[in-house]
Design a protein around this ligand. Structure first.
Ligand SMILES: [Zn+2]
Length: 340
């Protein structure tokens, strides 16, 4: 496993110290699988102020389409050839078609009847049950042999900073025959790795990271939790890899509980930094893709300038797809580890 990095150094003259020379380090890292580059730079203390959540949330329940008093009246239903009952309901959670589809078979699943759940108040059980509801939908589209039943993906945008337009906790649940960009690149690279090295990249990664320990967080059931070597998020990413599983469809209910528990740990750890928003994506192969392993990325979202509301994505990331992380992932690992 090659963890390639190019260290860089910038020299500036400091006006507050008689123009003394000052050296500022940075580093460019390359993801060992895809070669995607990520910059470690802009070093700052990973500490943000939490806003007044009561103020942020106030009034948003009055128009929320996902609240229990409205959800069955305003959300669309699936046609009978996809889901005879129209929507799926499990306890206080509802799954229905995404009214803003980005593929032909997309759903949204509410994770609760309550309009707002603080990040640290999600229980393992609730997260696992919401994933379970999504799995029921995936099994349904598989059972009807829907042509999009190839990659089964759950994404989670939590709170507006992450790109979520609704406070009410919900998951994006979709099945697609067209793998999203980074997932497709990873699948291609994992297939090529298997061909050239004769082993599974993800198994090699887990072994290497478990042995070195620099980015290892812990193990829950058959999931291994790591901080990503070349993170996408400005405060690092948490990566979980599930042993022996290539596709979402192979996850067991025990796996869902392990995943939920690890996500809770990540949320608790980032909450300590004042972060209250994140993206989480499933990265999956299709059934039988033995060259890959199911994994997920949890990426905290925050601001470059919180007072101005400056998002943590600028031109470098938006147009070059070059990422910035404001601390070394190995240091972030130390901040997260006590929660795993
Ligand atoms: Zn609501």
């Amino acid at each position: 496993m090659e963890f390639r990095a190019i260290p860089k150094e910038t020299v500036v003259l400091n006006p507050k110290k008689d123009m003394a020379r000052r050296s500022i380090p940075s580093e460019i890292r390359f993801d060992p699988l895809t070669g995607r580059s990520a910059r470690i730079c802009h070093f700052m203390k990973l500490k943000w102020e939490k806003p007044d959540f009561e103020k942020m949330v106030a009034g948003t329940d009055a128009w929320c389409p996902f609240c229990p008093e409205r959800v069955m009246d305003v959300t669309p239903a699936f046609p009978e050839e996809i889901l005879p009952e129209g929507r799926m309901v499990f306890e206080d959670m509802v799954l229905f078609p995404n009214i803003a589809p980005y593929d032909s078979l997309g759903a949204v699943a509410t994770m609760a009847g309550s309009h707002y759940i603080p990040m640290t108040e999600f229980t393992t059980e609730r997260i696992a049950k919401a994933f379970g509801l999504a799995m029921d939908f995936f099994r349904q589209v598989r059972d009807i042999n829907h042509p999009e039943s190839v990659y089964h993906i759950i994404n989670w945008n939590y709170m507006p900073v992450s790109g979520s337009s609704i406070i009410h906790p919900h998951l994006q649940v979709f099945a697609t025959s067209t793998a999203p960009d980074l997932m497709r690149r990873e699948l291609q690279a994992a297939r090529a790795y298997r061909k050239s090295k004769g082993s599974n990249y993800w198994e090699d990664l887990v072994r290497s990271e478990t042995d070195s320990g620099d980015r290892y967080l812990g193990r829950i059931g058959r999931t291994t939790w790591l901080t990503a070597y070349a993170p996408i998020g400005v405060a690092g990413d948490v990566l979980a890899v599930v042993d022996d599983v290539s596709s979402t469809m192979e996850l067991t209910s025990d796996d869902l509980i392990s995943i939920a528990e690890g996500l809770r740990n990540a949320m608790a750890a980032y909450d300590k930094m004042g972060i209250y928003s994140f993206n989480m994506n499933f990265f999956t192969g299709s059934v039988g893709d033995a060259f890959t392993r199911f994994h997920l990325l949890f990426s905290p979202r925050t601001f470059f300038n919180q007072a101005l509301g400056t998002p943590d994505i600028g031109a470098l990331r938006n147009l070059f797809n070059e990422t910035l992380c404001m601390a070394f992932p190995e240091e972030i690992n130390q901040m997260l580890k006590e929660h795993f």
